[in-house]
Write a protein that binds this ligand. Sequence first.
Ligand code: ZN
Length: 313
Amino acid sequence: MSEDNEIMIGLVAGSGFDMESSGVELQKMPDVEFVGKIPKADIITPYGAPSSDISILRVRGVLVAVILRHGEGHQLPPHLVPYRANSWIIKALGAHIHIQFTAVGSLQDHINYGDVAVVRVLENATERPLPDLLEDVRVAIHPSLAEQTCDVLPKLASEAFRKAGVSNVHQQAAHVTIPGPAFAPKFKERQWKDTGYDLIGMTSVRPSLVLRQLRQHWVEIAIPTDSSSIGDDEEVNALLVSRRMKGLEQLISTGFCNFVEVLGSKLHLVDCACHWPMEVANMSKKITVEAERRLILSEKPHPYSCGWSKLIS
Ligand SMILES: [Zn+2]
């Protein structure tokens, strides 16, 4: 179990969490205590401000830092989300586990509204390179993305959502990320479906390199809210996504609380390749002080992880 004031887990919550009472409200769930908010104006990262204020929640005894990916009221389109700042501050606050919640479209007949999909494959179809923590400091490292998410967390997440009552949990989902902010044309969705992809969205792959550079254990939990390419009568739009996420609020919240509880008690079981060794990363001759700051390499607690409670408003 974690120390009383140690943030163990970061959560980046996407569409459906950022519309206040019309979206999922984790902080109002019975097993969740709202500890406070760190204003984003008080946070300094090498990459600017995060998407939103950071809510600190105590979930069944475990402290979780929550960022709204698109900001309060869904202000930021997918290509303007500060993925680097969001990921960096979660690690700086002390978290080694990074959970990403994403509303997605289903591309396959067997994945439906009410299911949960845990993602293992991420395709970058955004037409942009992945955000990189080191791109402007003249240090090149090449971590492996052979496994794109943590090896261990998907199984634990799947068990947590089954325990919450989800009948169909898809544990090995393949997710394609499109440019956005527009939803994809139907003919493109059919192409991705025929290629074998399960899910389609606008954000998921974008922080994957950054999270590997930060050596975070990370997992994506995707909530299928629509399936426009496979016969859904209702055309997908932002209001539909938010309404359907709200409809699953109890299920999502209970599954999340179950997952956090397991992570709080079984962190020592997380034994995976996320802490890849720098030595094999074909890196530049010398890691500079600035690169170390960006990668948060020091084993010492970061000033944010020791001092976050002073920033609570
Ligand atoms: Zn891991």
